[in-house]
Every structure is written in structure tokens, then in C-alpha cells.
Design a binder for this molecule. Structure first.
Ligand SMILES: C[S@@+](CC[C@H](N)C(=O)[O-])C[C@H]1O[C@@H](n2cnc3c(N)ncnc32)[C@H](O)[C@@H]1O
Length: 345
């Protein structure tokens, strides 16, 4: 029941795995500000640069978790395998896997990984893990299916030593409305009515987002077809206003000012989501200690992983008995697994 937390950021993975009873025996994060927050919350300073780890020095562990930055591989016709990942951060993960052979590996990345370098990046990642002796499976998971009112799609790649991880057994939950996660009182940044426009007859999108208006600054003026001025695509992302009767868009990592404004119909009020609410929308505990500067904290939480999604995965690793040596069959190639799923075995 031991895991290591690589590219740990501020510890989203650790929150989820510890909740299920796993013990973290090593963490690694190069950013000093993230390390500071990690230390405040978990009482340990992560190791800095992953490329300086000697895998042989690591304590024994069962699970390796990592939300790593995605970089292209140059494979140039070589055989697809982990040697092709040299010079990338993923190669550093593979080096540890090769020596330590954990029973389960959980990797998280942005949705775009699927299309990154025309699908090549994902292909190399899967082939490398198979090359190291693992069965690999992956799925796009959305935070809104795990009891959080945020539309946040992330790819999760899970590698196991025997039978593959079965994503269809993950426990999902109904999507709550954003309003259930908000504070009723606080020092809110409220927009004056002159600063925004509400659209007529807003409609909830399939994603659960309810676009209701936009801030008056920065709307696109060129190339907008007549009678489409009200559509959300016309309004720059940061200026779109979503209703609390739907879900919140993905909390981004590039923004240092917490860019989204929300509309509360019963108060006819538009205000900015607070930092505390952002942490809540990522499933972090109320007593989580953030970085002293708000700008840095907005960036850190946007870069993190949604805790209830991780928690559901950790629970399923146990319930699918993926840590027991006896249950382990020889690893299967992903094509074989897809075939089995098709045959419903
Ligand atoms: C997508 S974030 C992961 C966030 C994390 N899952 C969390 O819950 O906060 C990727 C992290 O990798 C870290 N990183 C990048 N290069 C690294 C390296 N060479 N060694 C260790 N960490 C690194 C970044 O600083 C960043 O915090």
C-alpha cells in the first residue's frame, strides 16, 4: 500500500491516495513554490529534479503516480519502446519503473495528449510501458462525473503487472450544480452591471456549462457573422460568464488572476470565483494551506489533479485486486484487451 508521487505539484495525487489509506514514501517536484506548499501540507519537502534520482536509492513501493509535462518524442523509425523516450521527462519515469517494477502505474495528462504529435506521443508512452512488462489501458475522465461541478477532462493512463485496469468499474457520481460549492458570504469581487452583458435564452451545453453572458471588454469584432454575436465562441474565453446553475469550465493553469466570472441568478450578480472555491472545485480539503501569493496559487491549483477522480482510481486499484501477487496474469497488449472488452469477457 505504498506509493511514490512524481511531478507532485502541490499534491493532488497524494490527497486522493492517502484518503484511501495508501502511504506516500517519496515525492518529487522541481518547482520551489510547489515544494513549499507541499511541505506545509504533508510535512515533507519533495526531492527536486527527477533527472537526479537514482532509482536504486528509492524505498520499495507498490504504485507510481505522476502528472507529467508532455513532450514530443523523436522516434524516427526506431522500434517503439522505452529507449525511444530518451531526453524526455517520461524517460525519467521509465528509468524508475525499469528498476523498481511497481505493480501499478497511474499517469495523468491533459486531454490534448491524445492528439499531441499526431497521436505519436501517446503511442510511444503505451508502447514503452508495454516494453517494460505492463498491460496498459487509458481513458479520458471528466471531474464532473466524480461529484465535482467542473468540466475538466484529463487522460488517465494506468499500467498494471497483470490484468489491465478496468475503467468501466470506476464509481461515478451525479454532477452537482456549481452553486452547491460556493460560499454565501465573503470578500467577493463583484462586477458592475455596466461591465457585462447577459444573453437572451441561454441553453445548457452537453458539457454541463451554462453560458449566460460575457464581460464587455475583449469580444471579437472581426469575422463575426450577423446574428451570431450572442454565441459563446464569439466571446474570448476569459470573458465568458457561466451560470452557477451549470458547471464551471476547466480551471486553467496559465492564469494568475483566476479568470472566470460566475452568474448567480437569484442575486442577479456576477462575481469572480474565489481562490478558496477553486480549491474546492478540485476536491482539496477546506484546511489546505495555499501559497501566500494569490497569483501563484491560482496557477498551482489549475495545474493540479482533481482529487475525487484520483480517489476513485485508488479505490478501484484495491477492489480490482491489482496489488496482489497471486492475481497477476502475464501482461496483455492493449489491442488484446480491447478485443476482450469487445467480446465482453
Ligand atoms: C501537471 S503538474 C502536476 C501537478 C500535480 N499532479 C498536482 O497535483 O499538483 C507537473 C509538475 O511537474 C513539475 N516538473 C517539471 N519538470 C520537472 C522535473 N524535471 N523534475 C520534477 N518535477 C518537474 C512541474 O513543476 C509541475 O509542478
Amino acid at each position: 500500500m505504498k506509493f511514490i508521487d512524481l511531478f507532485s505539484g502541490i499534491g493532488g495525487f497524494r490527497q486522493g491516495f492517502e484518503k484511501i489509506g495508501f502511504e506516500c514514501v517519496f515525492s518529487c517536484e522541481v518547482n520551489s513554490k510547489c515544494r513549499e506548499v507541499y511541505q506545509k501540507n504533508f510535512g515533507e519537502v519533495p526531492f527536486a529534479d527527477i533527472s537526479n534520482i537514482n532509482p536504486a536509492d528509492l524505498a520499495e513501493f507498490d504504485i507510481l503516480v505522476a502528472g507529467f509535462p508532455c513532450q514530443p518524442f523523436s522516434i524516427c523509425g526506431k522500434k517503439l519502446g522505452f529507449e525511444d523516450t530518451r531526453g524526455t521527462l517520461f524517460f525519467e519515469i521509465c528509468k524508475i519503473i525499469k528498476i523498481k517494477q511497481p505493480k501499478v502505474i497511474v499517469l495523468e495528462n491533459v486531454k490534448h495528449l491524445i492528439h499531441h504529435d499526431k497521436g505519436n506521443t501517446l503511442k510511444v508512452i503505451i508502447a514503452s510501458l508495454e516494453d517494460l512488462g505492463y498491460s496498459v489501458n487509458y481513458k479520458m475522465l471528466n471531474a464532473k462525473d466524480f461529484g465535482i461541478p467542473q468540466h475538466r477532462e484529463r487522460i488517465f493512463i494506468i499500467a498494471t503487472k497483470g490484468k489491465p485496469f478496468n475503467f468501466s468499474r470506476l464509481t461515478t457520481q451525479l454532477t452537482p450544480q456549481l452553486r452547491e460549492f460556493l460560499d454565501e458570504t465573503g470578500d467577493f469581487e463583484i462586477l458592475d452591471k455596466s461591465e457585462y452583458t447577459l444573453i437572451e435564452s441561454p441553453r445548457k451545453q452537453d458539457s454541463g456549462l451554462l453560458f449566460v453572458g460575457y464581460r464587455n471588454k475583449g469580444t471579437w469584432k472581426t469575422g463575426v457573422r450577423p446574428n451570431t454575436e450572442h454565441l459563446s465562441r464569439v466571446h474570448r474565453q476569459p470573458n465568458r460568464i457561466y451560470s452557477v446553475e451549470g458547471v464551471h469550465p476547466t480551471i486553467p493553469s496559465q492564469e494568475t488572476s483566476g479568470r472566470f466570472f460566475i452568474y448567480i441568478p437569484e442575486q442577479d450578480m456576477v462575481r469572480k470565483l474565489t481562490l478558496k472555491e477553486c480549491y474546492r472545485l478540485m476536491g482539496f480539503p477546506e484546511n489546505f494551506k495555499s501559497y501566500p501569493s494569490a497569483g501563484e496559487s491560482y496557477k498551482q491549483i489549475g495545474n493540479s489533479v482533481c482529487v475525487p477522480v484520483v480517489e476513485a482510481i485508488a479505490k478501484e486499484i484495491l477492489s480490482q485486486n491489482l496489488l496482489s501477487n497471486e492475481s497477476n496474469e502475464p501482461p496483455r497488449k492493449i489491442e488484446e484487451y480491447i478485443q476482450l472488452v469487445r467480446l465482453n469477457c
